[in-house]
Design a protein around this ligand. Structure first.
Ligand code: AVI
Length: 768
């Protein structure tokens, strides 16, 4: 079998190399003492119970590793050795048919005698005899068996931790195995990609030093060019998967995985639960919040595979993983850190480097656990160690926070069935790289997702609006594909100068705006384009602002696809996300995208389409979603009413068509029977409220029906479809400050007809 476990010293060390090679007796003593330290916090009751057939009681682990030395070294090699208790030969035999009978694995927790004290005495007995044996010269075969026994004990150290975690997690008191681990804030590190060339590579163990039989022989594999993510998938990434219905969408899953997820009711990693304050989980330090920046763990191969598909990526093969790891020191967060939990990456890896390859979490690979070409199990019963498990299991690489330091190496192969979740198992993404491409930058693709309001809710709210006095339709319903095209046409009308005025300001003041934005944000920030449409406005900003991520938000992710492909071509290294969301109606921000400060970009005076309370509420929600954010906003200014009305009532009738199209969208969403030609477009200016109002006026008495309701609109009845507030610099500045985007800097055109304002960021929240 394959696995690892820790040496429990409490210092929070992040790098540790292998135990220095020492004489066999010293090495034996150190590893046995490490096991005893790991078991020390456990009561006899803790050590006896078994939580499931896959997990063994700590007492059994303590005894079985001693049994291994007794059976394979002491009995055959130490003259006169007397077993501690001959009955232990089958009681603590795990799966070695060559040794004889085995006690049922699923009933190990029912063995109350021998008690923990007797098992510890058994260990002492074996240690004394091993001291005798190790005082004599060992031949090569005996030395190899000793190394195997030590590696075996280290594997059970890891199992002892994962099995006790599974047991304690069942207890509603959520007891802690070890004292609390201090939670520290880290700066999130964005995922990057590291490219590897295709061609012939060698993998497998060769040369001196211990390795399990299944790591041999070293052999050649042919790989296509590929790239690996700089670090493992994080909890924040995983929350994004959950929120996007990852556990509810069979198309993301392998058939067996989907069946298992359904049968076992998976909706999050093992040990997670949803609390009012957010996701929490059970750790070896007891109950804790899920750290969004730490690697996700306790996911099965099936979940890892579904996540990779959702991410438009895949799991690496074990050969790809080993090629990437081959020259790296096996340092990381192993069991000696005392964390017993994966930790967030603190600093970004330098260019071209992979982080957290060793330690933290075992990384599932896409590779089935199979023999390497030319593999031969060892002779005798120890030949049962690995080879007979080469069916129905998947390979994991890299070790975990429960693996003892020095136990792991680049060629190390761990394996578990694809549904197993109780190990510290996570994943790192991989992608194919087109031949000849030197880096991933060239083939990055935008990612898309949709956060939609439940349709029943939408219909109910539409019906309420139609029954209200005066009746109204929320202006979000303008923007189906035709509505978006009509709006684009509006922006080109002579009378509608707003879009051009804004573009001119953004262009004329681009260096100053970029300097202001950069002064207010961490160098690693995301540009969040609210109402991105064709992304043209953001495209002019990106080269100057240099965000690390561009998130385009619009009512439908589908509208964004063409535009974002174009932006990606122009900026191959940029992380691009298209988010479909009616954000003006209900703004939500995915947790995995809250990993870095944001510059919210809300151009086009769309803020005017809210009521004044609505505008404040919306901007305040942006601020609350990402407190370290800044806001770059465009606002149409108050000017002569006749000019304003002309902008919303063009002689060509484009705005009228745009307005009437809302009825077609309502018919689709509500199932109503509005006849579009029965309604007249009206635009007027309310001086008191400084706002344009658009209405649709019934030309004649009109009855409109929808499932569950109807209303007669007498001729002349107006349905309010949009308000478009006009601003003064003072009112805009006050709104921004009230929402938390203070310290406002404002630019206008000469007339002035339009203002672009920037507020917030760390300068905006600094106390004066
Ligand atoms: C999207 N929004 C800012 C436009 C506006 O001017 O209020 C919508 C619009 N309605 C008619 N023309 C343009």
């Amino acid at each position: 079998m394959s696995l690892g476990g820790p040496k429990a010293t409490p210092a929070p060390v992040r790098t540790r190399t292998a135990l220095a090679p020492a004489d066999p007796a010293t090495r034996y003593g150190a590893i046995r003492a490490a096991t005893a330290r790991l078991a020390a916090p456990l009561s006899p009751e803790d050590a006896t119970a078994q939580s499931m057939p896959d997990a063994s009681p700590a007492k059994w682990h303590l005894a079985h590793v001693s049994w291994f030395f007794e059976t394979f070294l002491l009995e055959p090699l130490l003259p006169g050795y007397r077993p501690f208790d001959p009955a232990y030969r089958s009681l603590f035999n795990s799966y070695y048919n060559g040794v004889g009978e085995q006690f049922a694995r699923s009933q190990r927790g029912l063995v109350t005698r021998p008690g923990l004290g007797e098992v510890l005495a058994y260990r002492t007995h074996v240690d004394a005899a091993m001291a005798d044996l190790l005082a004599r010269p060992l031949d090569e075969a005996a030395a190899a068996l000793l190394e195997l026994g030590l590696a075996h004990e280290e594997q059970h150290q890891e199992l002892l931790l994962t099995d006790i975690k599974h047991l304690l997690a069942i207890n509603p008191l959520r007891p802690s195995y070890a004292g609390r681990w201090p939670l520290t804030r880290v700066s999130p590190v964005p995922r990057g990609w590291v490219a590897f060339p295709g061609g012939l590579h060698a993998i497998g163990h060769e040369g001196p030093g211990f390795a399990f039989d299944h790591e041999r022989p070293r052999h050649h594999v042919f790989l296509q060019p590929f790239e690996l993510a700089t670090h493992p998938v994080t909890n924040g990434d995983w929350i994004g998967f959950i929120e996007d219905g990852g556990y509810l969408r069979p198309e993301l899953w392998l058939s067996d995985g989907w069946a298992t997820a359904q049968a076992q009711g998976w909706e999050a990693p093992l040990y997670w639960y949803r609390a009012e304050s957010g996701w929490r989980c059970f750790t070896l330090h007891g109950d804790a919040p899920v750290d969004p920046h730490a690697p996700v763990t306790h996911v099965s191969f099936y979940e890892a595979d579904a996540f990779a598909r959702w991410s438009d990526a895949r799991l690496p093969t074990e050969a790809e993983w080993e090629v990437a790891a081959a020259d790296l020191p096996a340092n990381g967060n192993f069991a000696d850190s005392g964390a017993f939990h994966p930790l967030a990456l603190r600093t970004p890896p330098h260019d071209g480097a992979l982080a957290q390859l060793f330690g933290d979490v075992w990384e599932w690979t896409a590779s089935a656990y199979l023999p390497y070409p030319g593999y031969r199990p060892a002779e005798g019963a120890v030949g049962e160690y690995n080879g007979k498990f080469m069916s129905g299991q998947m390979v994991l690489r890299g070790g975990s926070c429960a693996t003892p330091p020095g136990h792991i190496r680049a060629s190390y192969r761990n394996f578990f069935p694809p549904a197993a979740r109780w190990q510290f198992s996570g994943l790192r993404l991989a992608r194919d790289l087109a031949a000849g491409r030197a880096s991933s930058e060239a083939i990055r693709r935008p990612r898309f997702r949709t956060l939609s309001a439940p349709p029943a809710d939408t219909a109910a709210r539409l019906a309420d609006g139609l029954m209200a006095d005066p009746p109204r339709i929320a202006s979000g319903h303008f923007y189906d594909p035709l509505g978006s095209r009509l709006f684009e046409a509006i922006t080109m009308l002579d009378a509608y100068g707003l879009t051009r005025a804004e573009a001119a300001i953004l262009k004329a003041h681009a260096p100053a705006i970029a300097a202001e934005a950069q002064a207010r944000l961490h160098h690693d920030f995301q540009l969040v384009d609210l109402g991105a449409g064709n992304a043209a406005k953001a495209e002019s900003l990106i080269p100057r602002l240099k965000p690390s991520r561009y998130v385009a938000v619009d009512i439908s992710a589908d509208f964004l696809k063409g535009a974002l492909d174009r932006v990606q071509q122009a900026h191959p290294g940029l992380d691009i996300v298209g988010l479909g969301q009616d954000f003006a109606d209900r703004f939500e921000w995915p947790a995995d995208l809250a990993d870095r400060p944001a510059l919210f970009f809300y151009p086009g005076s769309s803020i005017g389409n809210f009521t004044s309370e609505g505008a404040l509420h919306f901007l305040a929600r942006l601020k609350a979603a990402i407190p370290e954010s800044a806001l770059l906003i465009g606002a149409d200014l108050v000017r002569a009413p006749a000019d304003l009305v002309a902008a919303y009532d063009d002689p060509a009738g484009v705005t009228a068509a745009f307005n009437r199209n809302i009825l077609a969208n309502v018919n689709r969403a509500l199932g109503s029977d509005f006849a579009l030609q029965g309604w007249r477009h009206v635009a007027c200016y309310d001086r008191e409220q400084a706002r344009i109002e658009m209405h649709l006026e019934a030309i004649a008495d009109t009855r409109v029906r929808w499932p569950g309701g109807e209303r007669i609109f007498p001729a002349g009845t107006r349905i309010l479809t949009e308000i478009s507030t006009k601003w003064t610099p003072g009112r805009l500045t006050a709104l921004m400050a009230d929402a938390g985007f203070g310290d406002v800097h404002l630019w206008t055109d000469a007339q002035p007809s339009f203002a672009v304002a920037l507020g917030g960021g760390w300068r905006g929240v600094r106390p004066d």
